[in-house]
Design a protein around this ligand. Structure first.
Ligand code: GDP
Ligand code: IMO
Ligand code: MG
Length: 429
């Protein structure tokens, strides 16, 4: 099973990092194909807790080749901070490969991200403020800076000058900020060039060679289906393709090489930032889920909004990504609830919907229709086989499988590497 794509099936933070980590040394390379340091993956290994942002989670497994693909936007200061932090903790980062075509986040992208949000006021997106949107905007606008530009000082200066021409007008005249000089940007970016050079290659070519040699490559998505620029709740989305198609465009791997597409979903659902969220719980129950699940952002520390599992979103994620498997995480967090509601339909202005509504306006007005399932009180964190789970927990998983239209191949019962119930092997089954 050589090429396997792993994506978020909800609004992010489903436990993708842990799911990647669980596959460990059974994969030879882990590729990040979209987003940047807006991602936050917490991986727990025994007493050690790691928070990864720009580096793929596979870096924690010795021997795995971590790859940052062309679809990623790289903030070089963050890249080296993260490498230094991990190296100091004994993690080997020497095998990291970085695409020459990945775009760079420059300091002015961060500035523009933050001031834009401030000016949007109530219409803000609630971004992570990392400069992700402005860096992708420059890419699409064809005024972006790429990793390879760091190795040609003249070209770099020309490109920075071009990018700053309009940016400075905006910063000074609209946002009342100081103009940024070409030299300050070029000097900062060039200071990373020598350290970056040994990692840079044609990552698409390297990945094709690995696949040709029969190696197993995991494409690890950042963000999630409902945050995808095309398929998510636009404009309350991130600026990249977080769905399975993004794994191909963001890495240079053709679609016909992909063998398996794994979605990751929590046994309930969360969202950080603004935007519609039909099953959101704004009461004490929501607060209880936030506490029980430790639902605070890995990147920004913001409290995550919480709600019940939404089967329409799961079905949508299954369809848009072509999911072959679902990893259901955080089932343990639901322990102790007498009844567990699951959203099986929406009502919009008196009309029942069993698919995601056509328009954002309708999605904003969607009122969830719930089916309730029996809860359980037993501690399930030690379960390793499906049969170890109490009958009600098994029934809940089987109900979600049926409602989501995709087989649930693994169930998370705690944050640690080994706290997982595997029903179908993600690489072999
Ligand atoms: P990611 O962005 O998709 O990688 O997810 P995050 O790391 O942002 O958030 C998931 C959180 O849930 C992390 O703190 C994980 O350690 C934790 N986690 C993952 N799987 C499980 C699970 O099955 N049970 C519990 N209790 N925590 C989990
Ligand atoms: P992982 O990979 C959850 C959200 C932000 C905001 C919107 C746009 O850990 O699942 P951006 O900074 O990307 O322009 O913000 O997207 N967002 C995430 N939410 N998990 C993430 O990543 C996210 N990355 C971005 O909160 O609503
Ligand atoms: Mg996260």
């Amino acid at each position: 099973m050589p090429a396997i794509v792993l994506v978020g099936a909800q609004w992010g933070d489903e436990g993708k990092g842990k799911a990647t980590d669980v596959l460990g040394s059974r994969v030879e390379a882990v590729v990040k194909f979209n987003g940047g340091n807006n991602a936050g993956h917490t991986v727990v290994v025994g007493d050690e807790k790691y928070a990864l942002h720009l580096l793929p989670s596979g870096i924690l497994t010795a021997g795995v080749t971590p790859v940052i693909g062309n679809g990623v936007v790289i903030d070089p200061s963050v890249l080296f901070q993260e490498i230094e932090g991990l190296t100091a903790r004994g993690v080997d980062c020497s095998k990291l490969l970085v695409s020459a075509s990945a775009h760079l986040i420059a300091p002015y992208h961060r500035t523009v991200d933050r001031v834009t949000e401030r000016f949007l006021g109530v219409r803000r997106i609630g971004t992570t403020g990392r400069g992700i949107g402005p860096a992708y905007a420059d890419k699409v606008n064809r005024i972006g800076l790429r990793v390879q530009d760091l190795f040609d000082e003249k070209i770099l200066a020309q490109k920075v000058e071009g990018a700053l021409e309009t940016r400075n007008q905006l910063l000074v005249k609209v946002y009342n900020r100081r103009a940024i000089t070409v030299d300050e940007i070029v000097d900062e970016l060039l200071s990373y060039a020598d350290r970056l050079r040994p990692m840079v290659c044609d990552t698409g070519l390297e990945l094709t060679r690995m696949l040709d040699a029969g190696k197993t490559v995991l494409y690890e998505g950042g963000q999630a289906t409902m945050l995808d620029i095309d398929h998510g709740t636009y404009p309350f989305v991130t600026s990249s393709n977080a769905t399975a198609g993004g794994a191909c465009t963001g890495s240079g791997t053709p679609p016909n090489r992909i063998d398996r597409i794994v979605g990751v979903a929590k046994a309930y659902i969360t969202r950080v930032g603004e935007g519609p969220f039909p099953t959101e719980l704004l009461d004490d129950v929501g607060e209880g889920l936030r506490r029980a699940g430790g639902e605070f952002g890995t990147t920004t520390g913001r409290p995550r909004r919480t709600g019940w599992y939404d089967a329409l979103i799961a079905r949508y994620a299954s369809r848009v990504n072509g999911l072959t498997d679902l990893v259901l995480t955080k089932l343990d967090v639901l322990t102790g609830y007498e009844r567990i509601p699951v959203c099986t339909a929406y009502e919009v202005d008196g009309v029942k919907h069993t698919e995601i509504p056509l328009t954002q306006t309708d999605f904003h007005h969607a009122v969830p229709v719930y089916e309730e399932f029996e809860g359980w009180t037993e501690d399930i964190s030690g379960a390793r086989e499906f049969s170890d789970l109490p009958k009600a927990a098994q029934d809940y998983v089987l109900a979600l499988e049926e409602l989501s239209g995709v087989r649930i191949s693994a169930v998370g019962v705690g944050p640690d590497r080994d706290q997982i119930v595997v029903r179908t092997d993600l690489l072999e089954g």
